[in-house]
Design a protein around this ligand. Sequence first.
Ligand code: FSX
Ligand code: SF4
Length: 297
Amino acid sequence: MKISRRDFLKFTAASALTLGLNEMHLFNFEIAMAKSQSKVPVIWLNGSGCSGCSISLMNAVNPTVDEVLLNNISLGYHPTLMAAAGDMAVRSAQQMAEAGGYVLVVEGGIPTGASGKYCYVWSANNQHVTMAAAVRALAAHATHIIAVGTCASYGGVSKAATLTATQGAGTFLGKKVINLPGCPTHPDWIIGTLVQLIGGTVPALDSNNRPRMYYPAKICKSCPNKEREEANRLGQRGRCLEEVGCKGEHTFADCGKRKWNNGQNWCIGVNSPCIGCTEPSFPSFPLRGGEDGGGED
Ligand code: FSX
Ligand code: SF4
């Protein structure tokens, strides 16, 4: 469905509450969209990952991802969502890079061992280009850098075997990186952050560079099983799951309020422990015992 910018703004206004945005965010977004003659350029790289966060983005409902793609951003490169492929896709990324002023989105880990040779993103001038080299080159002319998912934010599944507690990459080439961890990340967190950046607002970040509005408090704070009798095995409904591995006490995210799949349910709601997927030490720490997540609560 092709909708106009005006329609999109209506959509966004309707979903502002869901995205956690206030009137000022929407006003700034509207002004920025009205001023710009062109869509906001975005280059989306996918490194050592599973594309789960891109798939999660496709579950965005209000607005849907095609509404965002068609009306508000110009996706110069995305390895799975763009229609172009091969040389044409690389040329598109290069042209956008030369023009500058784009948002760089990084999904998946950035392998650095063996000079990054474990992850090539494309070839140019008969040279294979590693993810690490591509990120370095594209970060230089980006207006903002967003790390989507825990792999991009802190290493996630890609770095798990090293058992290093990678803390959030605070800055890259002197630019602040906005981390949107989650394995996968929530579509609202991506769209809400983009809407703010387009409107000229950089969201307030916690010590792990996560927007406080989407990672405001420990999962336990909104858990319906809080302070209830503890489960001693999985499958016991309505009990606190800490003794069976729940990491809600050490994990910051708004899953309990926002829920997943268009507000249907969330991990605790289906009687599953929170595995701490938004934390820098994920996925190591569910296997090693708790660590605090560095948020404010
Ligand atoms: Fe996300 Fe993949 Fe988890 Fe990681 O590309 S679902 S953070 S395995 O990097 O998308
Ligand atoms: Fe990740 Fe925990 Fe939220 Fe589930 S409840 S999505 S494991 S942070």
